[in-house]
Design a protein around this ligand. Structure first.
Ligand code: ADP
Ligand code: ZN
Length: 433
């Protein structure tokens, strides 16, 4: 099912034309109404009349997370505060949060892209959607909420937490879809099992999971534990929130709503654009928002883009799974390591649960990596030899994927701290030294 066929299945040529028009309008708008952008553009020697088509986007300056902090709270708004009907914020990494303002029209765009996502997962007005993303300043809860209302579905706004009650409501009210982070979905999967209620008594069939990186292995795990189809939903506060992109039934890449958010991939070190298919940093320009449009916003997320038409019929560009954020990359003894690489190995082995923690330290000037991972209840054994053999096998596998030898620590089932929102996968003790 496709929510907005004219937009989602437009020819590449028409899409470029639409993007060109919208970019020109956005550049004019921010130049006239947002002082920092006007100054940046003047410094770069680029004026609105230099932007003729979407190809000219490379002439424009980048925007970074730091800019959002520097102009905190309202410096990057392109409309007066009287036009803003909603504020959201993201934690950011340190210090001040990142604040984003939405006009009424921006909220309508957010609901529209959300409706595209949920429709692509096969949801309709007949379905109850349990929104277990947190509600509040975080965009997850309210974003999935608006998406459900837009398709005419029934919102069950549980927010995150209170896990037993979540399972009771999921059962009693017949939730068909669950929207939350993949790590919270795992937590709920265990709770569902603990409840002792037979799976057939639940109507759940769709997961709308995002807000943090997750792997194919994690998808398989969630699908089998929950007995559902698990779909990716991508978004970030600065651009709009969840709904910037979504998977379709083909589950072969995350379609981006590129009539609203124009994506580019750049080399994160040089800022140079990279050709389609190459992995680099994802950059977005909002080309239809009014409240706080951003030009060439550097997301820090690493992925690649595929412009081929999808078997689902959509022509919109597809993004590969996010490898992680540039900031998540650990450099251990000079080797680049992403938590998602560890996750993909863990999910391959049936003896392991997808609950893990990377502990990084520096001992005698040498970096160390310990991978703590839970062993499945069925395999958890007091038999030393069996456990040692398993440990050896995992170490070997991780070594070949990561290029360094981690110290694997097998831990008891359910001993690693669970997350109700975004999971914390890394404890880097080097930062504290
Ligand atoms: P914060 O920066 O505080 O985490 P956000 O809630 O806006 O703020 O998070 C957006 C970020 O979450 C994205 O830039 C990306 O790193 C991550 N993210 C969101 N959705 C996904 C997804 N489906 N897959 C991987 N990462 C995701
Ligand atoms: Zn598709």
């Amino acid at each position: 099912m496709i929510w907005n066929e004219p937009m989602e299945c437009m020819s590449r040529e028409d899409m470029r034309r639409l993007q060109s028009e919208r970019l020109k309008r956005t550049v004019e708008h921010v130049y006239q109404n947002c002082e920092p952008y006007r100054k940046r553009m003047q410094e770069k020697g680029v004026m609105p009349h230099d932007i003729h088509s979407i190809d000219d986007i490379v002439k424009l300056p980048f925007t970074s997370k730091k800019d959002l902090r520097d102009y905190y709270p309202y410096g990057l708004l392109s409309v007066p505060i009287s036009e803003i009907v909603r504020l959201q914020a993201s934690s950011g990494t340190t210090g001040k949060p990142i604040v984003v303002g939405y006009t009424r029209n921006d909220l309508a765009i957010w609901a529209e892209v959300g409706a595209r996502c949920f429709t692509a997962y096969g949801l309709t007005k007949k379905d109850v959607v349990q929104v277990s993303y947190g509600y509040g300043l975080f965009t997850g809860g309210l974003g999935a909420h608006a998406a459900t209302e837009a398709i005419g579905g029934t919102v069950l706004p549980t927010s995150s937490g209170n896990t037993e009650k979540q399972i009771m409501l999921m059962h009693d009210l017949g939730s068909v879809a669950l929207a939350c982070t993949p790590s919270y979905a795992l937590f709920l999967a265990d709770a569902l099992l603990d409840s002792g209620i037979p799976r057939e008594e639940f109507k759940l069939r769709v997961g709308a999971f995002g807000a943090e990186p997750w792997t194919e292995g994690m998808r398989r795990d969630l699908e089998s534990k929950l007995g559902i189809k698990a779909y990716d939903i991508y978004g970030l506060t600065e651009i709009i929130g969840p709904g910037v992109g979504h998977e379709c039934v083909c589950q072969n890449g995350t379609h981006l709503c590129e009539d609203h958010f124009f994506p580019e991939i750049i080399n994160p070190d040089t800022g140079e654009p990279l050709p389609p298919g190459q992995t680099g940093e994802l950059v977005f320009s909002t080309i239809s928002k009014d409240g706080m449009p951003l030009l060439r916003f550097r997301t820090r997320d690493l992925t690649s883009l595929n412009y081929e038409k999808c078997a689902c019929g959509r022509t919109s560009v597809r993004m590969a799974r996010i490898l992680g954020r540039c900031d998540d990359m650990l450099i251990i003894r000079g080797v680049n390591v992403f938590p998602s690489q560890v996750e993909s190995v863990i999910c391959e082995l049936p003896e392991l649960e997808p609950h893990y923690l990377l502990v990084v330290d520096r001992v005698n000037n040498l970096d160390t990596l310990e991978v703590q991972v839970e062993v499945n209840e069925k395999f958890y054994s007091d038999e030393m030899t069996k456990m040692l053999e398993l440990k050896k096998r995992i170490t070997h596998r991780l070594q070949s994927v990561l290029g360094i030898t981690p110290d694997v620590k097998l831990v008891e089932p359910r001993s690693i701290e669970r997350s109700q929102g975004k999971a914390k996968r890394v404890n880097d003790k080097r930062k504290l030294q």
